[in-house]
Write a protein that binds this ligand. Structure first.
Ligand code: IMP
Ligand code: MG
Length: 182
């Protein structure tokens, strides 16, 4: 895509796919006799979820949840609203949350608390990206794809105003910050 707002490459397509294959193997080995229920957080995680699931050689199941944070989209307030809830009951399930990116960690803290209350047998997180140095407390992430610098990034599910989600790589966004706020 010839777009001047697509900035420096952060993780290229090859690195992404290679790391996701390794994460899939690790998850398959860890869960083995207890195939997890993958809970994808929409919309950002849809692409990661699709590739990750194909890299896990276990009979996994899927569910999705959509959340939105109040306030600006570049700084979450920690107040999270559930826009679409899960279809499945989590009682006794081995739940693996699949998240696109952990910035402040507030969205994840909320999700973890909310899902924990539903009585899963276990609850872990697989985050593709973690921004370095921004979390107030170290979030307990069992699987991490890449740690990246604290810049606003786009691609591979991540958007600005619903655009750029289909880029097969992760890049810095160099457009104006007003556009990010919508
Ligand atoms: P947190 O609550 O601050 O950790 O924010 C997490 C959510 O904000 C993610 O699930 C994304 O939807 C969004 N987000 C955070 N950083 C970025 C970014 O660099 N690009 C696109 N979306 C982001
Ligand atoms: Mg977003």
């Amino acid at each position: 895509m010839n777009d001047p707002n697509i900035g420096r490459m952060v993780v290229d397509e090859h690195e992404l796919q290679q790391r996701i294959r390794d994460l899939g193997k690790e998850i398959a080995a860890d869960y083995d006799a207890n195939p997890p229920l993958l809970v994808g957080i929409l919309k950002g995680a849809f692409m990661f979820m699709a590739d990750l699931a194909r890299a896990i050689d276990l009979p996994v199941e899927f569910d999705f949840m959509a959340v939105s944070s109040y306030g600006s989209s570049t700084r979450t307030s920690g107040v999270v609203r559930i826009m679409k809830d899960l279809d499945l009951d989590l009682t006794g399930r081995h739940v693996l949350i699949v998240e696109d990116i952990v910035d402040s960690g507030l969205t994840l803290a909320y999700l973890r608390k909310n899902l924990r209350a539903r009585g899963p047998a276990s609850l872990e997180v697989c985050a593709l990206l973690v921004k370095e140095g921004l979390q107030k407390t170290e979030p307990d992430l069992k699987y991490i794809g890449f740690r990246i610098p604290p810049k606003f990034v786009i691609g591979y599910g991540l958007d600005v105003d619903e655009r750029y989600r289909n880029l097969p790589f992760i890049a810095e966004y160099t457009g104006s910050s007003e556009q990010r706020l919508t």
